[in-house]
Design a protein around this ligand. Sequence first.
Ligand code: ZN
Ligand code: ZN
Length: 357
Amino acid sequence: MNHEGRVARIRGELDSLDVHALLVTNLTNVRYLTGFSGSNGRLLVSRDNARFMTDGRYRARAKDLVKSAEVSIYLNRLTDVLEPLLKEWGITRLGVEGKTMTLAERDDLALRLEGVDLVTAKGPIEDQRRIKSPAEVEALRAAIALGDDTYAHILDRLRPGTSEKEIALELEVHMRTNGADEVSFEPIVGSGPLSAHIHHTPSERRFEKGDFILLDFGARVDGYCGDLTRTVVLGSPSEEQQRQYEAVLTANANALAAMKPDAECRAVDGVARRTVKEAGFDDFGHGLGHGVGLEVHESPRFNRISEDILAPGMVMTNEPGLYLETTGGVRIEDCVLITETGAEVLTQAPKDTLTVV
Ligand code: ZN
Ligand code: ZN
């Protein structure tokens, strides 16, 4: 990953942010700019310099990983090194990350950094992270492929009597023993009526004939997150289940057809909603999708209020759903790369017909 290039791009934003330097405290952003993956690291970027700061536990890791900035280790608190550094570099207007910095952190900096104005910066690094480099797309492809493989693995383990929790654990074990750093998020396994809970926590419920089983999970590989949802039926599906599945599948296909550079994310979201309504169902209660990258949910967003515009290099999820009291829930989620001319579906897990297990 080209961390130096990313730091240089943030440097180019300092003027428009009206600051002398930006203090990066969001650990995902720190990782994006330096490659550092520990639990404590801060990066200060000015026009001419970049300094990574962490505590003694990470001395060796910082030396190994951080090439895009010099490294300072502090004993007690960040301001031990930050305060003299700001003086030395002549920085009196310091940008801080308003989206993720806590009020307590900000108060603490204000107290300890005399003569420095703290200025809220609105996500310049999050904005940069929307467009994935070819190396990032490769990492995402690997994470997504592991999700596909895990789905194939889990299918013949879905039997009457097996519990949601058992399957959630097996999903995680398979991902972690096949190359995942960790899971992108706690797997969702929802069965029968519980499949209609959009962010269900796997329970002790045991599968029964006729259940929808909704599986939503992802592997993190090299820091990058996969995100996959498939819904299958145990035993033979009812006509209503078939109709529901087909409506979601058509919404997924129609939304995909609308994804191309310069498309409005709100409009793409609207295409999926129109499709399920035209099939005679109610709208679904969540956005159509989100960017994926170092975080499983990141900018841009497909939803009713999004002002985002698609551009080549974005990787988005496409995840319409329908959640009914009678049958339960269906969601179909793929990851999609926006290309120069349209969109490429990165997810390969089969979905074209309702899978019966
Ligand atoms: Zn998902
Ligand atoms: Zn998702």
